[in-house]
Structure formats: C-alpha cells, structure tokens
Write a protein that binds this ligand. Sequence first.
Ligand SMILES: Nc1ncnc2c1ncn2[C@@H]1O[C@H](COP(=O)(O)OP(=O)(O)O)[C@@H](O)[C@H]1O
Ligand SMILES: [Mg+2]
Length: 384
Amino acid sequence: MLVHVTERPQTDVMSAYRARIDEGVIQPDPVQRRAAERLHELWGRLRGYDPHPKAPPNGWLGRLLNKKRVDEVPEDYPSGLYLVGDVGRGKSMLMDMFFDAADVPRKRRVHFDEFMQEAHATLHRMRTDHPGTDALTALAGMIADQSALLCFDEFQVHDIGDAMILARLFEALFSRAVVIVATSNTLPDDLYRDKPGYESFAPFIALLKRHLDVLVLDGGRDYRRERVRGVRNWYVPANGMAERALDDVFARLTDGATPQPESLTVFGRKLPVPCAANGVARFDFAALCAQNLGSGDYLALATHYETVLIDAIPALSPDNFDEARRFITLIDALYEHRVKLYASAAAEPAALYTAGEGASIFERTVSRLEEMRSEAYFALSHLT
Ligand SMILES: Nc1ncnc2c1ncn2[C@@H]1O[C@H](COP(=O)(O)OP(=O)(O)O)[C@@H](O)[C@H]1O
Ligand SMILES: [Mg+2]
C-alpha cells in the first residue's frame, strides 16, 4: 500500500513520543527514549526530503532506455536506521511514530515480506515481458521514484531467493538516495547466518551496515507480553465465552488492529490465513487440521507468525487420526519456533486424544502444549 500524504505532518518524533507518555499510553523507558531521539534527529534531517523530484521517464522501460539519466546522491543524504531487538520492545511503535511524523513527500511503510513478495512478482513480470534487460536496476528505479523514505517492518531474509536479489536491489536504492528505516529481530550479522549461500550474502550485510545505523533496543521488557500477562492461553470448553476471550487476546496483542486475511506462499502454493494482524494469526482448528496441509505449511506459519490463535480444537477420537496427526505436526512446528499459542478446546491437552493410532506419540504433543502454557515459554523469543 502506497501512503500518499496530502497534508504535511504537524508533529515531530519527540513531541509524539512525549505525548504518548503524558497520555499514559506508554511508560517511560530510557532505551526507547534514546531510540526516539535518534529517530527525531533523522526526522529533522529529512524535513522536506525529496531527492530526484523530477517526473520519472515513461515507465520502467523508458527509464531503462534513458541511459543519460544520472542519479546523483545529494550531499546531505543521511544514513538510515536499523532498529533491532527482541519482540515487544517497541520497535514497530517507534518506527511508526517516526513514519507518521516524517515530513517526506514520498514515503512508504510496509511489512518487509510484502515488499519482497512484490519485488519478486515485479521482477518476474519484467523478465518475462522483456528478457535480457536489467530488471533489478529498473525495479530499483521504480521503487525510488515512488518513495524517498522506506520504512520496513520486520526485516528478515527468508531464503536464497531473497538473498540473491537483496544486495543489488539495495545498492541501487542507496545510489538513488533512498533512506531506509527498518525494524528487525535479527542483528545484521545474523541475517541469513548458516543458511546455504551465506558467504555470498556477506557483501549485502556490509552494505546494510554502511548505510544504516544499527540501534539495539534491549531494555529487557517485553511490552507485548505485559499486555497479556496473566491471561490464560487455553480455554475450555470452546464456547462463545472462549471465542470472546480469544477476540480480546487478539486485540491486546495487535493493539486493536483490524484483522485482515493474508496468505503465505508455500512451495509456490498460497496458504490462506483468514485472520491476521501484526504478526498474530487466528484459525479455526478445522481450517488448519481438517484440510490437506502438511509440515511445510505449518513451518511457514511458525516462522511467519509469532503468535497463533486456534479456535475450537475438538476432542479427537480414533476416527480423527488424520486430524490428530496434523495437529501433532502443527504443534511441533509451533513449539520448535517458539510460537506463542492461545486456543479454545473441548478439553485440557491431556484429554484431547487418548486412544487410537498415534495416541502414544500424542503424549509428546501434550507435554509440549503444557510447556507452551508456562511463563518461561512465553518469555522465549520467536525463532524465525
Ligand atoms: N513504553 C511502553 N509502554 C507501554 N506499552 C508499550 C511501550 N512500548 C511498546 N509498548 C506496546 O508494546 C507492544 C509491542 O510493541 P511493538 O512496537 O509492537 O514491539 P516490537 O515491534 O519491538 O515487537 C505494543 O502494543 C506497544 O504499543
Ligand atoms: Mg514489531
């Protein structure tokens, strides 16, 4: 979604930050305050920032042919910021404050996964329609024409496909004076660590660190967790009250964001996520375990969402072996990736599946579900 700003923002970052504290919406936090000050400084340098405001040549092909166009980086081109820390530290909140206040005519805030999906789709289209052209440079030109400031939420490198285009794409964006601010759970040096092709990814990390100042938010408090502290995670039975309790959990975890349908791409297929916002997804048990889904789908969910809500887990009988088997695989994936789980169910975990094929394997699932209820588990960081 491209955000067109018709009116210039009326506030600055520090005023917005202080206002929230004065209104009692957030608590004062020295680490956040320092981050807000850095964002404020960048806010100041970016007032009216509009490199290359001239109209872009006709479409990307026009730009490609227009070889004379020289992109000059302005002298005052500032470094961007990379806000990194565990979940719930206020990274997205601070970046959004900055984004809303940023007095930059062309600016865009986007979840990084969405940005990359768009990038891959556009590249694919360009390469199909015009083989032999430098689609990546053209894409960077297009992006730079639309936005002089890009704010990426949850910067993450998932696979070799992303890793392969990032270096050239970002190089081209920086050469067009695009300023990038990002939030991430992962330090630049740990992005894509130990994954295949890591060595060839190193230049991208160096590039990122050259253009973005890394700001660690390590205040030690998980404010998101604090919003749901003391809230139960397993509701029995799965009645209307349980459903409303999960509505409330969803609202607390997402700051009341409107749930939207999303979809994940798994091996080129679309996996629909009926209801999601801010890293939280909600499903009916049937949509997850009564359909032909497998470990690849559950893995995608587990890496993409830090919290999953499941409505109406039924008591499973020997006739439901397929459901039970999928549920086992699902819980394994969620557990291994430290995904936080909230559910409504017909019974406590130990009483869900007691007889039938695989009932003994289900004991491991019960033990994991019990562990997933503990404070200690909720304190673990999501593994993406
Ligand atoms: N200082 C604070 N006091 C109270 N709530 C806060 C504070 N900082 C952040 N929050 C809240 O904590 C939750 C998590 O913040 P968020 O910015 O989403 O974290 P992150 O992006 O680091 O995971 C949000 O609901 C946010 O409004
Ligand atoms: Mg966040």
